[in-house]
Design a protein around this ligand. Structure first.
Ligand SMILES: [Zn+2]
Length: 628
């Protein structure tokens, strides 16, 4: 389905059924079938304590029923109303790592562990679930909005201190075990009781990395528990599925664990940087699909200009066609635009909507493009399973973020480069999480996986496909200690080497099969026992030393640095004989069994293998590449 976020309460006080119906009909005429409502209207749902008003939502549901539109109803817990803020203040709101309370006046300032807040959230969610839970036009529930957005994953308040202590006591049982796990013998940090422990506030020198790792785990646990309070209430009153909207390039919450709470995954599809890179979108869309290996919903589709970047770039209306259809090609079953109209008021006043500020479809070319998007969406085949799996691990992302020999290394960016190189080979890719089976893959990639989850270690032992492993993999245990029980390095029958030493590196060059490739961030000094050298450092501090090693049967390849996107293309070609397929900038080609879909996000005419690509276009071709 094609949908949009719809907030009539923001442009009209107490909008009537007729006003909503008339307004909404204009969108329905252009192809909208689904609206997402309600996640920021607690002030109107409960204007005074225990006094509820459902006038707007009642009218909205009735209008949707009349027009045949489905509804995704958000719970309003991302923003408590002012009376609650003034009544409870510090008992409600998050504190930052310097002890400052997040103030009222924006959004997402509540603490996930506030008992007071749990009680109010439970009641408002119960009211909604009882009233709308069985409505025949309720398509799904959305819990809250974008957990963790705007730096709200971690809270350092006194309630979180106590919850963190209880969490740790449950996890470790004894304080000795915690001291061991946190390496507290270093810098005289030994604890004697759990109630001495605090959330890791800002310190003058580097904080304890093992404590921080557990704090990240605790944050996911807290958010999961906060959301489960709501899903439990909803499920006792409603059979409609439940979801929560995940974010782009976001690794602060372990989505691989958290998504279990929901019936389907949803995701907010925005470009996180000014320079548009289709591979960032493709990577994140495939990551979201991979969480359940099932279709997902794009809960917020970028409609053009946003409001939260340094430069909120202008986008011509036509850009939304490849932008939205691209998500369907990567496994979305619904795409919901954010939002119905551009709004003159509020912090998001610079955000495009489907309607322009003037609120007239004749002045709003985006609305008139919706039916075009819908017809493409109906023609796109379903996404299937891929034969290439990239292991993605949120805890590995945390280890990279918390403490690193190379602080400007980015886990997500480095994985995106490997992903993009594979897509350039014409390969579709999916992501693998620690609980997933791996035997169906022809190629499994363990990239920058500082700690290899136990389940993956066990499964890799019997894995018969090709294995690509990168530097930094397996150097830590699950507490983020660097391993000391044996030499670092890969140990198997066919490939066995020690990592004698490692360190951050300046941009350098590797040579593989006579080709020079760029590599950056990291180097390792390898002592090889079994295996062959297939690439060497061509420049830099380790010039002439082995950089890439593989097993004699060529099944396992290890790359001891961080090649760039083009460099990975060369590595894959040398190792597997995969040559690059035709490509152009600002283009993504998605391959299905018997057809290919080309998405062109650029504003200039291009040609691809003599095929003209108009600006901002979507094209289906049966076979782009001639058989040799
Ligand atoms: Zn807190």
């Amino acid at each position: 389905m094609l949908g949009m976020a719809y907030y009539p309460e923001q442009w009209k006080e107490n909008p009537s059924l007729e006003e909503i119906t008339q307004d909404l009909r204009r969108f329905v005429d252009h192809g909208i079938e689904l609206v997402r409502v309600g996640e920021f209207m607690w002030d109107q749902l409960e204007p005074e304590e225990h006094t509820y008003s459902f006038k707007t939502l009642d009218a909205l549901f009735l209008a949707c029923e009349r027009l045949g539109v489905q509804v995704i109803l958000g719970t309003p817990s991302a923003n408590p109303p002012i009376w609650m803020a003034r009544k409870y203040g510090a008992a409600l709101f998050q504190k930052d790592d310097q002890g400052h309370t997040h103030p009222f006046g924006s959004r997402r300032h509540y603490c996930y562990n506030s008992q007071v807040y749990h009680a109010y959230v439970s009641e408002v969610v119960r009211q909604l679930a009882v009233r709308y839970g069985a409505h025949n036009h309720l398509y799904a529930w959305q819990i809250d909005n974008e957990f963790g957005c705007e730096g709200t994953t971690l809270c350092y308040c006194e309630q979180c201190d106590r919850s963190f202590q209880a969490y740790l006591e449950h996890m470790y049982g004894t304080i000795d075990k915690l001291n061991q796990a946190w390496g507290t013998a270093f810098w005289a940090q030994t604890y004697t009781k759990f109630d001495q422990i605090e959330t890791p506030k800002r310190t003058r020198a580097l904080p304890n990395p093992h404590q921080l790792l557990d704090f990240y785990r605790f944050a996911t646990h807290s958010i999961h528990r906060f959301s489960k309070i709501q899903t439990d209430i909803i499920r006792s009153h409603s059979r409609s599925p439940i979801t929560h909207n995940f974010m782009v390039n976001f690794t602060e919450i372990d989505y691989a664990r958290h998504h279990d709470l929901y019936d389907f995954v949803s995701y907010d599809n925005y470009m996180p940087q000014s320079q548009f890179d289709p591979m960032i979108w493709a990577f994140n869309l495939d990551l979201m699909w991979s969480l359940k290996k099932k279709p997902f919903t794009v809960m917020e589709q970028q409609p053009g200009r946003v409001n939260w970047q340094q430069r909120n770039l202008y986008f011509p209306a036509q850009w939304i066609v490849p932008a939205a259809v691209h998500a369907y090609a990567h496994g979305a079953e619904n795409v919901v635009f954010f939002r119905d109209r551009a709004l003159g008021i509020g912090a998001e006043q610079y955000h495009n909507g489907l309607l322009n500020y003037f609120n007239d479809t004749r002045h709003s070319p985006r609305v008139r493009l919706l039916n075009q998007i819908k017809s493409y969406a109906q023609a796109i085949p379903h996404k299937g399973r891929a034969k290439i799996g990239i292991v993605f691990d949120y805890e590995a992302a945390w280890m990279h973020q918390i403490n690193h020999a190379c602080k400007d290394f980015s886990y997500v960016r480095a994985l995106t480069d490997i992903y993009a190189a594979l897509r350039r080979k014409g390969k579709e890719v999916e992501f693998v999480f620690s609980t997933d089976e791996i035997e169906s893959y022809d190629l499994l990639i363990l990239p920058y996986l500082m700690h290899i989850p136990d389940q993956i270690t066990q499964r890799v032992e019997g894995f018969e496909g090709r294995l690509l492993v990168t530097c930094m993999t397996g150097i830590k245990n699950n507490h983020s200690h660097i391993i000391t029980e044996r030499p670092l390095g890969w140990r198997s029958d066919k490939l066995h080497f020690d990592i004698m030493d490692f360190g951050a590196a300046l941009p350098s060059v590797m040579e593989i099969g006579g080709n020079l490739i760029q590599a950056d961030y990291w180097v390792e000094e390898l002592g090889i026992h079994t295996g062959i050298v297939s690439g060497r450092w061509n420049q830099g501090i380790l010039e002439g030393a082995p950089a890439i090693v593989e097993s004699e049967d060529h099944r396992i390849l290890y790359v001891s640095g961080v090649p760039d996107r083009a460099g990975w293309g060369v590595v894959l070609e040398q190792w597997l004989g995969w040559s690059n397929e035709p490509a152009k900038s600002l283009v993504d080609i998605v391959r299905f069994e018997d057809q290919q879909w080309i998405f062109h996000f650029g504003d200039k005419h291009q040609t691809l293998e003599e095929l003209p690509l108009p600006p901002f276009s979507v094209m289906k071709v049966d076979q782009l590449r001639k058989e040799p």
